[in-house]
Design a protein around this ligand. Sequence first.
Ligand code: ZN
Ligand code: ZN
Length: 341
Amino acid sequence: MKALILKNPGEAVIESVPEPKAEDGKILLRVRMIGLCGSDLNSYRGKNPLIQFPRILGHEIAATIVESSRSIPGLEAGVNVTLSPYTSCGKCASCLQGRPNACASNQTLGVQRDGALTEYITVPPEKLYRAASLSLKELCMVEPLTVGFHAAARGRVNTNDIVAVLGCGGVGLGAIAASHFSGARTIAVDVDDAKLEIAKQAGAQHIINTSREPLHDRLQELTGGHGPGVVIEAIGLPQTFRAAVEEVAFSGRVVYIGYAKEPVAYETRLFVQKELDILGSRNALAQDFQRVIQMLEARKFPVEQAVGNIISLEEAPRVLQAWSGNPSKFTKIMVQMDETT
Ligand SMILES: [Zn+2]
Ligand SMILES: [Zn+2]
């Protein structure tokens, strides 16, 4: 079967690999559609410290069950599913606390182990989520949205909150949708008008384009001078890491999902003075997958607007190269697998 293999940074090729078998309690899936996100772009560029080469990418997955090595009600052949791309060891401190999303030895599909940009994969049944009313494109959107949903859950976002989300890329968009779905008033912040437009459709009541509007003044204006009670940082730059603690209200909550690539200098006085809850957020839990599916089933997310390009596996090496050369020209890319295989 064909697979897209990242041999080295910048070198993606389509090659033949052996087909997996449904054994050891696993389920054989035919891959139907794969979404690509910023973390795939990072891997392609050799900027993901967790990846080893060669590697098959692909962790945002819509697939159809082909066969199971044992019979599980609801997971019969022909059922469409999406899945959680993470593993957990069951033994580390996070796992013992019931937080396997932050497992110390997590292996994400397409990063620490081979992913789904291929024709068939096998997966343990407990990783699968079925949602009969979702299209393949919608199933593919589940995993990327869970990351933002987990961040909103970490921030205990509820109907009484005003939430500011810094960054409206895939992860930020999930946090906006989650905050809105939880009934909070939501403010989207970015420098890109097109992204802010999608953020609005995902439920942001207010948008701030910081390339032409002062962040502090606008946030104060929108929150009666208090600042937002929750700030979710989904960019990963030192200045936005700092802005989160500077702009959040007294006794507010700050959630970080952006990965800062360099050390960040802080006015730590603000942590104490404002008595902040400062929270990290990583990957997602089963309940985050279920919430995203609920939201997509309720047709509360602008899937059509959020997905930019649907390409074939054959086109993927060329598109990866073009994307890497000019990331801002692309909205979400999805790879549709060859229907004839
Ligand atoms: Zn992703
Ligand atoms: Zn663990």
